[in-house]
Design a protein around this ligand. Structure first.
Ligand SMILES: Nc1ncnc2c1ncn2[C@@H]1O[C@H](COP(=O)(O)OP(=O)(O)OP(=O)(O)O)[C@@H](O)[C@H]1O
Ligand SMILES: [Mg+2]
Length: 317
């Protein structure tokens, strides 16, 4: 007898339950991680130190039930520390491939902006192409292959901002803020309680099945027109130097499909698009120098787009 396939709604509920053991915070953050997983795509978690970025990314990785590696980025890290390299096997006097930690289903790139650009790009190339090249030989990465990365905001000392052209390898950027007072009190009150360890909910096969189900979610033409209008609004915006690309429009559509699936819907609704426009678009926008000086950010432009661009389609429900 085989188990019935896990529905998206059941997976979502179980993952929320597991993560609640270690992360006390808005459910929306967990939903965004799940949405990125199924879209499918990679997620970047950004926030000041001590807001549980690493805690959440590690626990979420555990629930995926896949082989998992954590890569702690440091200033002296080299690309080969990620991808691997050929090493001399003295017994046979031969070179053998030592696969790097990137060869896992789920890779946590912790504090990614602590490594120099060359090392970051080894990770970003792997994310884009799901393969790595080591001394001329191209090797495929496993499927699914998911990168969760964390970074602190860029003002800090000793960090290397991710190159603008590469940050869009991440389907989403999740900005993690401070917990609400009530959540923070709850965290203090429960921190020394023994907690059962986080348990796996999914596995590689169920992730692939859920991704296929997300792919099959319907998107109407009116919804596609809405997504493109949002992207175009950011391109034409006077505060923006580089707006959302067609790749970004596609990312928003795929994320909205994944969100609809998690919501138990077989078609994307305008609210799915609205809920994802900021995490999918904001980090890809490059502001004009004047806007930067004024402190205008990508998220402000996306908010403006959401206010001004109307969805014109059947039943906004
Ligand atoms: N919302 C929260 N729920 C539960 N624990 C939390 C929360 N916020 C912070 N903590 C606790 O605070 C500590 C710091 O968390 P963590 O190391 O994950 O933060 P971080 O955001 O990765 O920080 P850094 O940027 O310094 O790496 C952990 O012990 C974690 O359990
Ligand atoms: Mg951390």
């Amino acid at each position: 007898m085989t188990d019935a396939p896990l529905t998206a709604a059941a997976a979502r509920e179980a993952i929320h339950r597991e993560l609640a053991r270690v992360y006390i915070g808005p459910a929306s953050v967990v939903d965004l991680l799940l949405t990125a997983l199924l879209a499918p795509g990679h997620a970047l978690l950004e926030g000041v130190p001590g807001v549980a970025k690493t805690t959440l990314a590690k626990a979420f990785s555990t629930t995926l039930g896949c082989d998992f590696r954590r890569l702690q980025f440091t200033p002296d890290m080299l690309p080969a520390d990620i991808t691997g390299s050929y090493i001399l096997n003295l017994r046979d006097n031969d070179f053998v491939l030592r696969r790097g930690p990137i060869f896992a289903h789920v890779v946590l790139g912790d504090e990614i902006n602590r490594a120099p650009a060359k090392t970051q790009s080894a990770l970003l190339e792997a994310m884009q192409e799901r393969q790595v090249t080591i001394e001329g030989e191209t090797l495929a990465l496993p499927d699914p292959f998911v990168v969760l990365a964390t970074q602190n905001p860029l003002e800090q000392e000793g960090v290397y901002p991710l190159p603008e052209a590469q940050v869009d390898r991440f389907l989403m950027k999740l900005v993690m803020g401070y917990p609400s007072p009530a959540d923070e009190v709850k965290m203090l009150a429960t921190y020394d309680h023994p907690r059962p360890p986080v348990q796996p909910v999914l596995d590689p096969a169920s992730i692939k099945a859920l991704r296929a189900a997300a792919e099959a979610v319907h998107v109407s033409e009116a919804m596609q027109v809405y997504i493109v209008a949002l992207a175009r609004h950011t391109r034409d915006h006077r505060r923006v130097r580089l707006g959302a690309s067609p790749r970004a429009s596609l990312a928003l559509m795929r994320a909205a499909k994944a969100r609809a699936l998690l919501d138990g819907r077989d078609a994307v609704l305008p609210d799915h698009v609205r809920a994802l426009a900021t995490p999918v678009f904001a980090h890809r926008l490059v502001m004009t120098p004047e806007a930067e000086l004024d402190g205008v950010e990508g998220a402000d432009v996306v908010r403006d787009a959401l206010e001004r661009v109307r969805y014109r389609g059947p039943a906004d429900r």
